[in-house]
Design a protein around this ligand. Structure first.
Ligand SMILES: *Cc1c(COP(=O)(O)O)cnc(C)c1O
Length: 387
């Protein structure tokens, strides 16, 4: 699918379109090739550690006084989040295309680390584009990428500029494969990322049917670019009576302007080769996003989410830094699971809506990653917000 209603598309120069078409053709063939799919599934099993559990969070459920809360444990994947599912799939595609050089963008460094990891695994040259501002903020991940053998290239700016740089490099270099980190960008990227993340929803569906003998009443996932969420949602979208909730980051509050809730702005524009909801200022320039969780501060959203908002199939809302940190503490204390701050947004929202459903029903929340990477951030936040 090239377009999602009026969203999506391929807003790129001709020279880049040639590369994208090549990738789209290779992807559409690879999907039909049993050997390719089996190789991907094998690595998910042997290297990533899938399937991940669908865990019944009993104490959180008692606390929320509503439907049973199940956590899909993407935090238990190798490297600690869902990003590896996609990195692995795309590098197998790149290998199949005979590409000798992987490039990727990274903001907080999580996707950079996932990409550097699979490049080490397959012994492929790896270059990560990263904003100079982020390189200063995310030193541990920069060192991790280097340790894994990647070259980190500094770009003036932050995540947005790093993505722009990766696309221009792809345009100029036929040997390179751009391994994008979320369900964003021009066709075919949103489709590719959805495909490789949809393993989350496929497993979750099987698991909940086994555990509960019926489908859940609701799904909840956090939305940065939208990959962990579309990965969970895609296998349930046709089940019209399941409520689906996407949760963006409200940062300090939507009204303050310091947030990362692109959908909530209801402004549409073009960025990174796609038409979608964007955070724009009065002059329609793209604003920088803000959230306590680095993985959610992208000033746009994947085009399929834009469409699912537009047609009303998925309900999007947002959770503030404060609410996310509170949920983070609850999950840590009540379940002995330290969730990523991104995932804490989804959990905070699930705790709000659980009461709308009966105790016989269930809700699946995607626990997209583990929180070890966020600890310093959280300690700072708690210190600065004591009163
Ligand atoms: C990157 C990241 C996200 C946000 O990215 P999506 O593409 O929206 O999934 C969410 N959770 C974790 C743990 C991440 O690392």
């Amino acid at each position: 699918m090239k377009n999602y209603g009026k969203f999506g598309g391929q807003y790129v120069p001709k020279e880049l379109k040639i590369r994208l078409d090549e990738i789209a053709n290779a992807f559409n063939e690879a999907k039909k090739d049993k050997n390719f799919v089996n190789e991907y599934l094998n690595y998910l099993n042997q290297y990533v550690g899938r399937p991940t559990p669908l865990y019944y969070a009993k104490r959180l459920t008692e606390y929320a006084k509503g439907a049973k809360i199940y956590l899909k444990r993407e935090d238990l994947n190798h490297t600690g989040a869902h990003k590896i599912n996609n990195a692995l799939g795309q590098i197998l595609l790149a290998k199949r295309m005979g590409k000798k050089h992987i490039i990727a963008e990274t903001g907080a460094g999580q996707h950079g680390v996932a990409t550097a990891t699979v490049c080490a695994l397959f012994n492929i040259k790896c270059t990560i584009f990263m904003g100079d501002v982020d390189i200063k903020r995310q030193n541990v991940n920069v060192e991790k990428m280097k340790l894994l053998g990647a070259t980190v290239k500094s770009v003036d700016g932050t995540l947005k500029e790093a993505v722009d740089e990766a696309f221009s490099y792809l345009q100029e270099n036929p040997d390179a494969f751009y391994l994008i980190g979320s369900a964003v960008g021009p066709y075919p990227y949103p489709e590719i990322v959805k495909y490789f993340q949809s393993v989350i929803g496929k497993e979750a569906r099987k698991q909940i049917l086994k555990l509960e003998k019926k489908l859940p009443k609701a799904l909840v996932a956090c939305v940065g670019g939208g990959s962990n969420s579309i990965g969970l949602f895609s296998n349930f979208i046709k089940d019209k009576d399941i409520d689906i909730y996407g949760v963006e980051a409200a940062g300090l509050g939507i009204e303050t302007g310091y947030h990362a809730s692109a959908i909530s702005t209801n402004k549409i524009g073009i960025m990174h080769g796609m038409k979608t909801y964007l955070m724009l200022d009065e002059k329609d320039n793209i604003k920088e996003a803000y959230s306590i969780s680095a993985g959610l501060d992208y000033p746009g959203v994947g085009p399929e989410h834009a469409f699912l908002n537009f047609n009303g199939r998925v309900k999007y809302s947002s959770i503030t830094d404060k609410e996310a940190v509170e949920a983070f503490k609850l999950v840590t204390n009540m379940e002995g699971i330290i969730p990523a701050l991104e995932s804490s947004h989804a959990i905070a929202y699930a705790l709000k809506i659980a009461r709308n459903y009966s105790k016989e029903d269930s809700i699946i929340v995607n626990l997209s990653g583990r929180g070890d990477k966020d600890l310093e951030n959280i300690f700072d936040y708690i210190k600065n917000n004591m009163d």
